[in-house]
Design a protein around this ligand. Structure first.
Ligand SMILES: Nc1ncnc2[nH]cnc12
Ligand SMILES: [Zn+2]
Length: 354
């Protein structure tokens, strides 16, 4: 489908919020090799030895696990505070160029602490980059720590307890859960989420990956058993009208990642994403990049891919952009600034159409 220049420019300028990006998933091949060299590291055996070979791998994943194996191997080049800062900063610069105004970014502390990296380096490096984006770009930023579901619950709970002081300082704003979905049900992590609800500062966001490779029941069970108020991915919710109704009734936002779903063979074509169904049922959702270095695109690339598949009008995009502000962890004042800038953008492009 061809897209008009005006629609391309409108999508570029539309103020965007991102709620589903793993900072470790923004590690582009050139930065990965650069950091390996800077840290005098030998990459794990079997790891591609050139940028081209690595890029080829990024473009040929079989499924989620195939990606995760490379993702964990790749993050082994991240060692120092500077590495974490450089990684996040590169993502923020690219996303700023694509019209990103607000980000809620994930990170996987267990993937670093397990390798002996000091947890303060990780959080300080990310925090420096995020603060810089706030100062230089006027972006608003939040950080969400994820627990890895393939590791023992005890390890996740201990990690969460160790990171509590950073929640209290206001450096971390939410708890999420990622990694292998099938075989690691939400029930395993009830204790971690109960701990977060009872011990972390009020207003801490609880979210979890669900319904990416897992079925719609994983979505319902995450809501009921973990008390999450947001679901990451969740596209299999669309298989069950009852789940769709539950999400709409409880205003639970799905953070949808179209290019990721295509690369990981969750869908064969972006047009299979149940986006029209979400709109029909009134299920709130945002559009996100997940692991942009691995999946071929940042936020605007995901918006463009959706537009190519669905050919939405400007009004639909305004609904999507405003819902994505509404689902953000932001105060009323910042939300209003973003709503107003979305309306301004609409007016500018609607005038062009007249
Ligand atoms: N798409 C994804 N699903 C589950 N865990 C992840 N970790 C990074 N990206 C992920
Ligand atoms: Zn994800």
């Amino acid at each position: 489908m061809t897209m008009t220049e005006s629609m391309k420019n409108f999508l570029r300028d539309l103020p965007k919020c991102e709620h589903h990006v793993h900072l470790e998933g923004t590690l582009e091949p050139d930065l990965l090799f650069h950091l390996a060299k800077r840290n005098n590291l030998t990459l794990p055996s079997g790891f591609p030895s050139t940028i081209e070979d690595l890029q080829y791998k990024y473009e040929h994943f079989k499924d989620l696990q195939d990606f995760l194996d490379l993702y964990y191997a790749g993050m082994s080049v991240l060692l120092t505070e500077q590495d974490f800062e450089d990684l996040a900063w590169a993502y923020l610069v690219k996303s700023h160029d694509q019209g990103l105004k607000h980000v809620e970014a994930f990170f996987d502390p267990q993937g670093h602490v397990e390798r002996g990296v000091d947890m303060h380096c990780v959080i300080k490096g990310f925090n420096k980059a995020l603060s810089r984006a706030e100062n230089e770009f006027g972006m608003s930023t939040k950080l969400i720590m994820c627990i890895l579901r393939h590791l023992p619950t005890k390890n996740s709970l201990e990690t969460l307890k160790n990171f509590k002081p950073y929640y209290e300082k206001g450096w971390i704003d939410g708890l999420g859960m990622d990694s292998t979905e099938v075989g690691f049900p939400p029930e395993l992590f009830e204790e971690c989420y109960a701990y977060a609800k009872d011990n972390l500062p009020e207003g801490t966001l609880l979210t979890a990956h669900a319904g990416e490779e897992g079925d719609s029941s994983v979505v319902t069970r995450s809501v009921n058993r973990l008390n999450v108020s947001r679901i990451d991915h969740g596209i299999h919710s669309a298989d069950d009208p009852e789940v769709m109704k539950m999400l709409a009734d409880n205003d639970i936002m799905l953070t949808v990642c179209p290019l990721s779903n295509k690369r990981l063979n969750v869908v064969q074509e972006i047009s299979e994403e149940p986006i029209r169904k979400f709109l029909e049922y009134g299920v709130p959702f945002s559009i996100n990049c997940d692991d942009p270095a691995y999946f071929g695109g940042y936020i605007l690339d995901n918006y463009m891919a959706v537009q190519e598949a669905f050919n939405f009008d400007m009004d639909t995009w305004i609904t999507i952009a405003k819902n994505s502000v509404r689902g953000s962890i932001l105060d009323t004042e910042r939300k209003q600034v973003l709503y107003d800038s979305i309306t301004d953008c609409y007016k500018r492009y609607a005038d062009l159409e007249d």
